[in-house]
Design a protein around this ligand. Structure first.
Ligand code: CA
Length: 679
């Protein structure tokens, strides 16, 4: 055999080995949770508990955004594939951070009104030379991995209220994608497309539609028995808005579903119906989307306890029996362990203190024992966990040596109150915003509630207890990475990116990323060197709502950062935010009554982006509006003059008189904030 031929063959073998063994060698990070079991565990061990003090920045790349960055970067052969705000996809050179290509799907910016929780995206899927991207306006786009050029586009939405923030999942030759929009009255489903052509292979709904049109499946027919009235008119909800996971050995897909629409149980009927399959973990056959099993974590949801948190597979022996498990740290405060072949409930354990909506779970079925506090009477009641949940989309990690799951957990509360029973579904509105009234006294009570607290929790899923936890000074912790270096990496809302010892939670290293981190880090090899990358960009619903109880969060400009041992780069983070109190643009002339009404409207409809009490995080702080901007106020709010910047027209939502009340409220807030602090 000639030498060139032999070395070519050697390289071919190497390349094919690398492709065949993506789950074991750790060089690449080819899918959302790195491996199909979604453990987010890397076998790489250059960066260890001993060497991590030498970890330093190699490069950072500004992404020119102040909105949330949530993506898991995927890495193949030294190229990072990731997403920023507005579903923009990037390919970067992992060694230098140079942008190789960028693809902007040009999502219409007025879509922002139909996005509950920021214009975020959690990343792409890679398969056979293509990059798959879900967009905020619910398109699924296949891009050429080399050039970023679109190969095919599929419209996955059935109406304008659907969106996608989750990542696509590959199952054999199919690309699977979910959707969001239950706050806006859509009917949830996942769709499977041919990865090469973009042709729809099947669609699996999560809630039943209009019975007069016939049910798509027996699963939908069965589910319809758990709904009352004309539920389909409000969509039904149950959107699988995070990701879908896949077990190739069982050929099953797993995903969680979100809240029902209508949102409050009392608005969905008189009785105590469960509204299947909302707030559930579902398993469907990858070949045709038929339901294999379901497990409803929060029947009759009344608290926004979406069951969409990341699902993790684990094969273990329990009581001498080999079990194929699937696990989830649910928004509702319980850590669930189920048999992923059958859906059998194995265990459910509170993983944060102070869970009050349920006193526990039925030992055999796992059905929650809802407390009287769970369904409010006429007076609002404080219920825990809060609307952000005890854990949300931020991914968790598992280390097979410590046998611990590492996750960002948080304690918090919410007021549940009796809904406005005259509510009618309106496709043009954020229907949740119409219901949640953060008005004066209630608002004050909410802010006076026990301060929300966040922690990195090391959880033993089999022994069902915490091994350790590290409390941080903010509520929001980012996604987690575990490595064979006995390390756990995690960023958080105050911008600190830290490494902890996996066995006991001792912090060993930290770096200030200059803005809050919510995304999970990844690690990989390029030319034999181990790198760690993370997206830093404070955003999401907590950031936009900007409740004062959130702690020392750090809004700023978003970036991607990459670290390696002996990295010596310095981060130059541009300054962000106002340094001085606002100067009111004009005197407040409106009556106290008008200002009060403006405040109610603002905190229901505007605060979800511009911050509660008009104190903003990542979006423009309206207390700082100039006189010229105030002169354009009607034009912006009703006329949509800033729709291209993500501020949609509220013409269908507000009357001109209401807009003037909101303007008066903003001016009064500027005046309040401008006053020197009382001595
Ligand atoms: Ca929800």
């Amino acid at each position: 055999m000639s030498k060139p031929f032999a070395s070519a063959l050697f390289f071919l073998l190497l390349a094919s080995c690398a492709r065949r063994a993506p789950e074991t060698d750790g060089a690449n990070w080819l899918m959302y949770g790195r491996t199909t079991d979604d453990h987010r565990f890397s076998p790489l061990n250059q960066v260890t508990e001993q060497t991590v003090p030498k970890l330093g920045l190699v490069w950072s790349r500004e992404l020119n955004t102040t909105r949330g960055l949530e993506a898991t970067p995927l890495v193949e052969d030294g190229v990072i594939y990731t997403t920023g705000d507005w579903s923009i996809a990037y390919a970067l050179d992992a060694k230098t951070g140079n942008i190789l290509w960028m693809y902007d799907p040009k999502v219409p910016r007025d879509r922002a009104y139909f996005i509950c929780c920021d214009v975020v995206n959690r990343g792409v899927a890679l398969h056979n030379g293509k990059v798959y991207l879900g967009t905020l306006d619910a398109r699924l786009i296949a891009l050429d991995a080399k050039t970023g050029a679109p190969v095919w586009t599929a419209v996955t939405a059935e109406n304008k209220a659907y969106s996608i923030t989750g990542y696509p999942r590959i199952a054999k030759n199919l690309v699977i994608i979910g959707n969001a929009g239950a706050e806006y009255g859509v009917r949830g489903y996942i769709s499977a497309y041919d990865a090469e052509t973009g042709k729809l292979a099947w669609r699996a709904y999560t809630v039943p539609g209009d019975p007069s049109k016939g049910f798509e499946s027996k699963a939908m027919q069965d589910a319809a028995k758990t709904w009352e009235g004309e539920w389909w008119k409000a969509g039904g909800g149950g959107t699988p808005w995070e990701g879908v996971v896949y077990d190739p050995s069982l050929d099953l897909l797993y995903f969680g579903t979100g809240n029902a629409s209508a949102w409050y149980r009392a608005l969905r009927g008189k009785g105590d119906k469960d509204s299947l399959y909302t707030a559930s973990i579902m398993a469907v056959h990858a070949s045709n989307g038929e339901l294999a099993w379901y497990f409803q974590t929060s029947p009759g949801d009344n608290w926004d306890y979406d069951a969409t948190q990341p699902l993790m597979q684990l094969d273990v022996t329990i009581n001498g029996q080999p079990r194929k498990l699937i696990m989830q740290a649910n928004k509702n405060g319980f850590f669930y362990v189920l048999d992923r072949q059958t859906g059998e409930f194995i265990s459910g354990t509170p993983f944060v203190p102070g869970v009050t909506w349920a006193s526990g779970l039925e030992p055999k079925t796992g059905r929650p024992l809802v407390t009287p506090a769970g369904y409010a009477g006429s007076k609002p009641v404080l219920v825990s966990p809060g609307p952000g949940g005890a854990h949300n989309w931020n991914p968790m990690a598992y280390n097979p040596s410590t046998r611990l799951v590492y996750l960002p957990a948080k304690a918090g509360s919410q007021f549940v109150h009796a809904p406005n029973m005259s509510w009618k579904y309106d496709a043009d509105r954020n229907n949740l915003g119409d219901l949640a009234t953060y008005e004066g006294p209630l608002n004050a009570k909410m802010l006076a509630a026990p301060p929300p607290q966040g922690e990195l929790l090391a959880w033993d899923p089999i022994a069902r207890r915490a091994a350790w936890q590290v409390t941080y000074p903010v509520q929001e912790g980012g996604g987690v990475l575990a490595t064979a270096g006995n390390l756990v990496f995690q960023g958080r809302a105050d911008g600190i990116f830290a490494a902890y010892r996996a066995t006991d939670g001792q912090q060993l290293w930290e770096f200030d990323a200059g803005t809050g981190i919510i995304a999970p880090p990844v690690t990989y090899l390029v030319d034999g060197q181990q790198y760690v990358s993370v997206m830093a960009g404070w955003g999401g619903s907590s950031a936009l709502f900007n409740a004062p109880t959130e702690g020392k969060v750090k809004p700023g400009y978003g970036r991607i950062l990459t670290f390696a041992l002996n990295g010596t780069a310095t981060l130059h983070a541009p300054a962000y935010g106002h340094k001085e109190p606002p100067t009111p643009a004009m005197p407040v002339t409106a009556s106290a009554k008008t200002i009060h009404e403006g405040g109610l409207l603002f905190n229901n409809q505007c605060a979800p982006c511009h911050g509660i009490n008009a104190v903003a995080g990542p979006t423009p702080d309206l207390r700082y509006l100039t006189k010229a901007e105030h002169a354009q106020f009607d034009n912006i709010v009703l006329g949509g003059a800033r729709a291209e910047l993500g501020m949609p027209s509220f013409q269908k939502i507000f009357t001109p008189a209401q807009v003037h009340a909101i303007q008066a409220y903003i001016l009064s807030r500027a005046a309040d904030s401008a006053k020197p602090a009382p001595k």
